[in-house]
Design a protein around this ligand. Structure first.
Ligand code: UT7
Length: 349
């Protein structure tokens, strides 16, 4: 094959200059239908008082018949591009962090097509509730290496299709949403990703899983193959809770320490929105006042890879997060996986 036959969509010109990362625009989208705790109590043996006091959640959004993960991701991405003032064809890469793609082969290329991001390479990244943070750090490496200039990172999940809606221990927690962030190479050495740490521990993976279930089917002669699908989400809530309140403060402390950052210099604590009690415990550990702890759990529940960009977008659009603000963020969840990042919000140029 000659160069002339190569698809130009797949080609990205290296910039050859290492660079910092700027956070330029964000966007989000949620399904229209909100389901309150009282409504959920009509389906499973639960009630508003229990869910609020144990989790801080009052309602969650669930993708309806005319909606999809692809649609939510597309809307969130369009809003992020609009905030940054960028055309989609200026993107070099799209990273879609999701554990619930519309297509197991990957949903990012469909997002690329929908946006008209004809110059972008697009792929999915799976790291459950840590997915957005892992995706952002991954994307930043392409910029830091000088390989790419503009990248879209989307965190989106539709866990409602994998929740056991008859399991009151888990179904009350989750909701659907998408959030997006667009980042670009800085030209003056500024870096909005001031530091990060990422961790995995597969030996504890069984405490929160969406496992495959297969049966053996005859193929030809003595050869067989496996056929099946996935079981609904299985969660040991208490173990996940203990994991979160132990590992999140520890990784944040390591990050603050390694970057020489004092908790007082942080403007916002932006954690994966899993449980208000987890947010409160982490804030207490670092003596961060309540008003600097971002939380929208009450309205959306745990939207997995979407929680951090969904919360970021809300706080940027309502003016709480201002250009120059520093954000300590941490994602954690199935895998087990967890991570922390020290971010700065630059906003549109
Ligand atoms: O991205 C990470 C995703 N996962 C998480 O973040 C989960 C982290 N874990 C948690 O948030 C909490 O463990 C839960 C909210 C899931 C549960 O709270 P808990 O305080 O750990 O409750 P528990 O599992 O110890 O259950 C206490 C009681 C039990 O009754 P008994 O055995 O004491 O009579 C449960 O059967 O509460 C009962 N229970 C419920 N009652 C009403 C459990 N779920 C419900 C419910 N409504 N939805």
């Amino acid at each position: 094959m000659t160069d002339a036959n190569l698809d130009p969509i797949a080609l990205v010109e290296p910039l050859h200059n290492t660079s910092g990362v700027l956070l330029r625009g964000c966007g989000s989208a949620t399904p229209t239908r909100s389901i309150s705790n009282d409504e959920l109590g009509k389906r499973v043996d639960t009630n508003d008082a229990w869910i609020r006091s144990r989790t801080g959640i009052a309602a969650r959004r669930v993708v309806g018949a005319d909606e999809s993960l692809g649609e939510l991701s597309g809307l969130a991405a369009e809003r992020a591009l609009e905030m940054a003032g960028w055309k989609a064809d200026s993107l070099d890469l799209i990273v879609l962090a999701t554990s619930t793609p519309d297509d197991l082969f990957g949903s990012a290329p469909r997002l690329q097509a929908r946006l008209g991001a004809v110059n972008a390479v697009a792929f999915d990244l799976t790291a459950a509730c840590s997915g957005f943070l892992f995706g952002l750090v991954t994307a930043a490496q392409y910029i830091r290496s000088g390989a790419m200039r503009r990248i879209l990172v989307v965190g989106a999940d539709q866990l409602s299709r994998w929740v056991d809606w008859d399991d009151r221990r888990s179904c009350v927690l989750f909701g659907d949403a998408a959030g997006a962030l667009v980042i670009e190479a800085s030209t003056d050495g500024t870096d909005d990703l001031e530091g990060f740490l990422l961790r995995s521990d597969g030996s504890r993976g069984a405490v929160l899983q969406l496992p495959q279930v297969t049966e053996r089917c005859e193929l030809i002669g003595d050869a067989s193959h496996q056929q099946g699908g996935f079981e609904p989400i299985q969660m040991n809530g208490q173990e996940v809770y203990k994991f979160a309140v132990r590992e999140v403060p520890a990784i944040l402390a390591s990050l603050l320490n390694s970057t020489g950052t004092s908790p007082e210099s942080i403007d916002w604590l932006l954690l994966h929105q899993a449980n208000q009690r987890i947010l409160d415990a982490v804030a207490e550990r670092f003596k961060i006042p309540n008003e600097q702890v971002l939380s929208n759990l009450a309205f959306y529940g745990n939207t997995s890879a979407a929680t951090i960009p969904l919360m970021l977008d809300e706080a940027v659009r309502d003016g709480r997060i201002q250009p120059g603000h520093r954000i300590a963020s941490s994602g954690f969840g199935a895998g087990l996986s967890w991570g922390a990042a020290l971010l700065r919000w630059s906003g549109p140029a």
